[in-house]
Write a protein that binds this ligand. Structure first.
Ligand code: SF4
Ligand code: SF4
Ligand code: SF4
Length: 591
């Protein structure tokens, strides 16, 4: 490989030809600030528009300063990243950006984690000498995401995420000059665009231009209402990331402290979405086996591959883009919704509370779940199975607001019966985890044999598209995995073209799966954060006494006492759903 050698701040560095100055500097530990560049290097995700000009550096011998993200490092270059000329230029750029920014940091949802605010503090910006016209866009509130476009600095990270990583195309640059902004086509509401609510744009937006809809006050109100019984479920990915909001290293598991915090916040019962995940495996695994058995007995009408359906961002995507294939995904509801349906039927009956007086809150790594719990299919007489879905970030704020010393909390256990789970439920958080959990159960149900090694390492990893063949005692099962919707689209196009060789495919909308969800603590492009969270999830699974969903004793009891059999009549009524052709929304957007 051809390399180049250059000097940055008196340090020599050798990098492959074609590397940017920004990356060459990072290699020797020199961090050059930027508001537009964004990279998840282990997943080849990179935004490099060179538009913000905050990363300018001095290249000796050149007249003008150069943007480090968009300038190639060449042999013999001598670069200064922080002399007076560079620092003054950066201050000027920041002042110009801030001059068209609302000064409402005190009430901004991103305050404390805003990259623009962070740089203004770092560079000691104390006054804005430039006074001019300010943008005055209306706020756009969808079920999951709020767009406050006055705070948009046109970094275009969201556009890269939405168009390249997700291939959704809900956001792109519109208008010119001062009026330029990143928005849905014709500046229509996000709700009317093909947005999937995956939240990946929110997770990369450096300012408060994109934030989640915050349900903290609704939950606080419910907790203060004595006539309501408020219960909570926590998704598997939350425990591997919540600690980051309290200064812990990424991937530090805080399951016990999280349970203790939720109890102190006033939730009557603290349950685990992992229970819903185990239940999902019972239903989805049975559905897969049914389809496989029919296929093996020569039934040509059976639909294979079966696609997982537990990610609502992904469900939105295929409803918009693949309406001709609505019968391919499993009909199993997501773990959040399975949990809600069981909580408001079986559990409500057990504790003698009317479903209208039972408030179910979910803590999710996900913004699409906020939309999902508002869908009409998941309501009974207008009453939702899950009342409010809060993100990991919202929970952290909630805990801080209540003045709970998180680090000092003891480890506490989930309540039962809906708090018991196996390791299979935990790994739903990682890309590949849902299908690994399904294989653990489907193998035993299909072969009647005990699966000794439950860790399917061929299904793990961070490559965007992966495949593996699992041996079901002589029957080879071809599995596909995709995370990120561009990767999902490729596998879906293969199915549409009749070229797919898979029996089952797991799809998660977010890069990394739910550990990288749009509601998780901001990781600012550090892929190691996702790897650490994934490792912590696998460690929690390895430490569980039970690691196969069908062995969960409370799941077994639920079927004995209430549901009957997996994929039976009652399960279908409560735990399965239907999908809708929503391609019209995409068509209008692309007209
Ligand atoms: S939430 Fe996802 S689909 Fe919607 S605009 Fe953001 S990146 Fe695009
Ligand atoms: S909305 Fe946020 S991410 Fe998108 S261009 Fe504006 S500032 Fe950048
Ligand atoms: S991958 Fe997880 S966090 Fe992302 S949209 Fe899907 S369910 Fe939500």
């Amino acid at each position: 490989m051809e390399t180049v050698k250059l000097t940055i701040d008196n340090k020599t560095v050798e990098v492959p030809k074609g590397t940017s100055i920004l990356k060459a500097a990072r290699k020797i530990g020199i961090e050059i600030p930027t508001l537009c560049h964004f990279e998840l290097h282990k997943m080849s995700i990179e935004n490099k528009p060179g538009g913000c000009r905050v990363c300018v550096v001095e290249v000796e011998g050149r007249k003008n300063l150069a943007p480090a993200c968009a300038t190639e490092a060449t042999d013999g270059m001598v670069i200064n990243t922080h002399n007076i000329r560079v620092l003054n230029a950066r201050r000027t750029v920041l002042k110009l950006i801030i001059s068209d920014h609302p000064f409402d940091c005190l009430v901004c949802a991103k305050s404390g984690s805003c990259e623009l605010q962070g740089l203004a503090t770092k560079f000691g910006i104390r006054d804005i000498p430039y006074q001019g016209e300010k943008s005055t866009y209306r706020k756009d509130t969808s079920p999951s995401i709020i767009r406050d476009v006055d705070k948009c600095i046109m970094c275009r990270r969201c556009e890269m995420m939405c168009n390249e990583v997700q291939t959704v195309g809900a956001l792109s640059a519109v208008n010119r000059g001062f009026k330029a902004v990143v928005a849905p086509a014709f500046e229509m509401d996000l709700e009317k665009s093909p947005c999937t609510y995956c939240g990946q744009c929110v997770s990369v937006c450096p300012t408060g231009a994109l934030t989640e809809v915050d349900h903290s006050n609704d939950v606080l109100r419910a907790l203060s209402n004595r006539s309501k019984t408020v219960i909570v479920q926590t998704a598997p990915a939350v425990r591997a990331a919540l600690g980051e909001e309290f200064g812990l290293e990424p991937g530090t598991s805080v399951t016990g402290k999280m349970v203790a915090a939720l109890r102190r916040l006033g939730f009557k019962y603290v349950f685990d979405t992992n229970f819903g995940a185990d239940l999902t495996i019972m239903e989805e695994g049975t559905e897969l086996l049914n389809r496989l058995n029919r296929h093996l007995s020569g039934d040509n009408s059976v639909k294979l591959p079966m696609l997982t359906s537990c990610c609502p961002g992904w469900v939105n995507f295929f409803e918009h883009n693949f309406p001709d294939m609505l019968d391919i995904p499993s009909t199993a509801k997501s773990p959040q919704q399975m949990f809600g349906a069981i909580a408001k039927s079986y559990f409500a009956e057990k504790i003698g509370v009317d479903r209208k007086d039972l408030v179910v809150v979910s803590i999710m790594p996900c913004l699409a779940k906020k939309y999902e719990c508002q869908r009409d299919e998941f309501k009974v007489d207008g009453n939702p199975d899950v009342d409010y879905s809060m993100s990991t970030r919202e929970l952290a704020h909630f805990i801080k607001q209540a003045n709970i010393d998180f680090m000092d909390l003891p480890d506490e256990e989930f309540d039962n019966p809906l708090g018991e789970s196996t390791g299979a439920g935990v790994i739903f958080a990682n890309t590949g985890g849902v299908i690994e959990a399904a294989c653990r159960t489907a193998y035993e149900l299909y072969t009647g044999k005990t699966l000794d090694n439950v860790e399917f390492n061929t299904l793990r990893g961070m490559d965007g598209i992966r495949s593996a063949t699992i041996d079901f005692d002589g029957l080879p099962i071809n599995i596909g995995i995709a995370h990120g919707l561009a990767n999902a689209r490729k596998l879906l196009n293969d199915i549409r073209a009749g070229k797919s060789k898979f029996h089952a495919i797991e799809i998660m909308a977010c890069p990394g799966g739910c550990i990288g969800g749009g509601g998780q603590p901001f990781h600012h492009g550090d892929s190691d954060v996702l790897t650490s969270r994934a490792r912590s999830i696998y460690a929690e699974d390895a430490g569980k006494p039970l690691r196969k969903s069908h062995l969960n004793p409370h799941i077994q009891k639920l079927y004995d006492e209430f549901l009957g059999e997996p994929c039976g009549h009652k399960s279908h009524e409560l735990l399965h759903t239907t999908y809708f052709d929503r391609s019209e929304e995409v068509a209008i957007h692309h007209e």
